[in-house]
Design a protein around this ligand. Structure first.
Ligand code: SAJ
Length: 397
């Protein structure tokens, strides 16, 4: 259930390993494209695999479920409201749509990132509507852990945590994942498995916040934060991540809120990390605006500014929740007349931003702002005559 960034690759890989798959999505265009063997997401190597499993009939897409032996819920869990309350309505809708098909011996697994207690809630819903299935079906939670861009490898090789409602459910789910997972399958209960996913991404968010906080301190102290982190990491037990222009994407910048919304009194560090990482983007925008004002005062004309990168991390074309996109929008809104050149080498065009080639933008700009450490940017020679704001460590030395 759900043919997005995780559901579709999982369906393809399982199909490739001999499982007969019906991929269900509420979006008819996604279903149509998938059945034509066209990948609607960007993921290296996946297009060929999709073509193969569609051609040999192992995978078929549909807008409605069919009777199966196992059901996997792989739909988004966004948040709602100012308090970032998790919204599990898609998980619930997908669950409701499979309930009529469930039969004795079936397996039901949630993979969607979910607040603690979601699997229990969905089990309750299933048994309310189908009381005769009590103790006759297997229910588990098994989060995905793959890194976009490396999905084919990680879906097969990463370890997975599998938490059943009871031990037999865990075992049943393990038997399924064995079809294509070569990593170790770790047994637990569903609540721990739910919390484990949130913990993994919150841990990364907290670690990035530490690096971002250091970058703010170093800016004031006039210390090169990249050199500092590199040196600190020479300690055998220190491993600091890299600062950037904020934390983006649809996982790390979202999942910690699933903890803070439910446990606000206890999750002070996790909440502060979120604030620091959000603040870092705001701070970058302010820095750029200040540099532009200073330039105008000195030169009596507005600067040409190159905004280098829009994606949420290096070398991808995914702009979802991208801090670079937020910063670029904010800067553009604050200066109607200034020349802002927007650069994103990983996409051809964008419906809001007019894109400029990265070499051309670098050439023309008075102020160059590095927002994302895309590989091509690293070959641009450092030009002393320009004002360079390097928020992502293109020129680390
Ligand atoms: N970032 C930094 N500094 C760093 C590392 C990352 O600023 O040192 C920023 C990136 O630029 C980006 C954001 O963090 O804006 C997130 O990027 P990421 O590469 O850390 O993670 P995602 O969102 O692509 O994927 C994460 C992964 N989780 C962990 O590494 C714990 C992945 O394994 C998960 O499957 C995925 O979230 C998910 O779906 O939850």
């Amino acid at each position: 259930m759900g043919l997005g960034y995780i559901g579709l690759p999982t369906a393809i890989i399982a199909a490739k390993h001999g499982v007969q798959i019906i991929g269900v999505d509420i979006n008819p265009q996604v279903v149509e494209k998938t059945n034509q063997g066209q990948l609607h997401i960007v993921e290296p190597g996946m297009q060929e695999l999709l073509q193969e499993v569609i051609t040999n009939g192992q995978l078929k897409a549909s807008t409605t479920p069919e009777v199966s032996d196992a059901y996997f819920i792989v739909v988004p869990t966004p948040f709602k409201g100012g308090n970032h309350e998790p919204d599990i309505s898609y998980v619930e809708a997908a669950t409701r749509s499979v309930i009529p098909y469930l039969k004795e011996g079936d397996l039901y697994v949630i993979e969607s990132t979910s607040p603690v207690g979601t699997t229990d809630k969905m089990a309750k819903l299933i048994f309310e509507l189908r009381p005769e299935l009590q103790d006759k079906i297997y229910i588990a939670y098994c989060p995905e852990r793959v890194l976009p861009g490396n999905v084919i490898y990680e879906l097969v090789h990463n370890d997975r945590v599998i938490g059943g409602m009871n031990e037999v459910s865990t075992e049943k789910a393990i038997t399924f994942y064995r079809h294509f997972v070569q990593g170790t399958l770790h047994r637990t209960n569903c609540k721990t498995a739910e919390m484990c996913k949130l913990t993994e991404n919150s841990s990364r968010d907290v670690q990035i916040a530490f690096a971002n906080e250091l970058s703010l301190i170093c800016d004031k102290a006039d210390i090169n934060v990249w050199e500092l982190i590199n040196l600190a990491n020479k300690h055998p037990r220190v491993n600091i991540l890299q600062p950037g222009c904020g934390v983006g994407g649809h996982c790390i910048a979202v999942d910690p809120y699933f903890i803070t919304a439910e446990f606000p009194m206890e999750s002070k560090l996790i909440a502060t990390a979120r604030e620091i990482n959000n603040y870092k983007s705001f701070w970058c925008a302010e820095k750029i605006q200040n540099a532009m004002l200073r330039f105008e005062l000195e030169h009596h004309h507005k600067p040409v500014v190159a905004m280098m990168g829009l994606a949420f991390k290096p070398d991808i074309d995914d702009l979802r929740e991208a801090p670079a996109k937020y910063i670029t929008t904010r800067v553009m809104q604050s200066c109607n007349n200034a020349d802002i050149l927007v650069v994103e080498p990983n996409i051809k065009e964008h419906k809001v931003f007019k894109l400029t080639d990265y070499k051309e933008a670098y050439e023309q700009a008075d102020i160059v702002v590095f927002l994302v450490a895309h590989t091509p940017f690293k070959s641009l020679p450092y030009n002393n005559s320009k004002i360079i704001l390097d928020f992502c460590g293109i020129y680390k030395k």
